[in-house]
Design a protein around this ligand. Structure first.
Ligand SMILES: *Cc1c(COP(=O)(O)O)cnc(C)c1O
Length: 411
């Protein structure tokens, strides 16, 4: 295990040339011409690769890094991620199709998510991917379809652990949850898997998302591995895969600090030594979405109007909440904060003013940035929202107000 270079702060990831933001070696105004429209999302392939390489240096040797596609399921991105990660985690048959279209082997693809429809389960069985079962009913239904199809399903149990991922942006484990099977019920479910003649692959323990605290992640990882070790005696066959989730966050707001992946890697390396002794057959996996793609993407919209209302300046853009719900503050945030934002074709201009940046929707929720100081912008200038590579277009209500869509490019 080697030390990584210092983590970059948000926004340093894109260089500047001629007062323009540069993405994929192209100045933003050129990118706009190439795309042929605003608004759009642009993702930088080199940054995706760099992120995975840096993470591998920080993480223990032998740890498998999977890409959780729901963060950004753009097929071009998934194709690229398939060449640099060790597996793909999908949350629907739709995502599974995109994953299976890549070079990734089916055995390295897994599907999680509550409420999998019967057709989805059949598709997953027929595709020979690993299915993370989320309930006792789902297990029985899966077994039925498996028998009908004459294909032994590969199943892992998603466990809803008794512990939580502390200081997490979104908790997905601990307490009563729609995700996974309660830890207490798992021994009985393991017996059932044996009776039902399914191929037992292992466990999936995902406890939360968007966490910047190394200590919390270390704690959850240690508890996840300890839990799997405790359950190993109940398993019908040796654990092949132990997916300990992810939750690695990225900084969005002032005061957010980058996750200390070196600290996480060091601790995980120690914990993995225990796992190697006690559950030697288990491949340890982390699954990350946001951390791998979030910082590599920007959202670009154009200023359509500039107006002053009772002394405040409003930049009205052709993009907004309908493409980027998260930047508007309506995707799970308790208190709205501005995403890092710049005027992409006037990066270094000294002439600044405080503005409100809004979208074209007839709702006061359509805010891209609230009272932010930026270089003075005019109609036609380009507003860029950073940290937009994850939970962007596919996490937004694109049909709201029947506005034109946004395109996406990977450069
Ligand atoms: C959403 C999700 C992820 C990805 O979470 P990120 O915070 O984007 O890393 C991983 N695994 C499961 C099961 C998920 O539901």
């Amino acid at each position: 295990m080697k030390k990584t270079a210092p983590q970059h702060a948000p926004m340093d990831q894109f260089p500047v040339s001629n007062n323009n933001l540069v993405i994929g070696d192209l100045e933003l105004t050129q990118v706009v011409e190439r795309v042929g429209q605003t608004p759009f999302y642009a993702y930088d392939r080199q940054l995706l690769t760099q992120r995975v390489n840096d993470l591998r240096k920080a993480m223990p040797e032998g740890l498998k890094i999977h890409y959780a596609m729901k963060a950004n399921p753009m097929p071009a991105i998934v194709q690229h991620m398939a060449t640099i990660t060790d597996g793909l985690d999908v949350a629907s048959a739709g995502e599974m199709k995109v994953a299976l279209d890549t070079i990734m082997a089916a055995e390295k693809i897994s599907m999680a998510g509550p409420g999998k429809r019967p057709e989805e389960l059949r598709q997953a069985i027929a595709s020979h991917i690993t299915i993370n079962v989320e309930s006792c009913n789902e297990l029985e239904i899966l077994a039925n379809h498996s028998e009908q199809l004459g294909i032994t399903a590969n199943v892992a149990i998603r466990i809803n652990p008794a512990f939580e991922l502390k200081a997490s942006g979104m908790k997905m484990g601990g307490g009563p949850k729609q995700f996974g099977i309660d830890e207490e019920q798992v021994p009985d479910v393991l017996k059932r898997i044996k009776v039902l003649n399914l191929h037992f692959k292992g466990f999936h323990i995902f406890s939360g998302s968007q966490n910047l605290k190394a200590d919390s992640i270390i704690d959850a990882q240690q508890k996840s591995i300890a839990l799997a070790i405790r359950l190993a005696d109940f398993c019908p066959s040796p654990i092949e895969k132990l997916n300990i989730g992810g939750g690695y966050g990225i900084p969005y707001f002032p005061g957010d600090t980058c996750l200390d992946t070196d600290a996480v890697g060091e601790a995980l390396n120690n914990t993995m030594q225990d796992a190697k002794k006690q559950i030697p057959s288990a491949e340890i996996i982390i699954e990350l979405g946001r951390y791998l793609v979030g910082e590599a993407g920007i959202y670009v919209s154009r200023v359509i109007d500039k107006k002053i209302s009772r002394g405040q300046v409003f930049l009205v853009c052709d993009g907004g909440l309908h493409h980027h719900l998260a930047a508007s503050g309506n995707f799970g945030q308790v208190i709205r904060k501005n995403y890092p934002t710049v005027i992409g074709n006037k990066i270094n201009s000294d002439n600044k003013e405080t503005v409100n940046i809004v979208g074209p929707l007839c709702t006061p929720l359509d805010i891209l940035a609230d009272k932010i100081e930026l270089p003075k912008a005019e109609i036609g200038d380009l507003v860029v929202i950073f940290q937009s590579g994850a939970y962007g277009i596919t996490a937004s209500p694109i049909n709201f107000l029947t506005q034109p869509g946004a395109t996406e490019i990977l450069i």
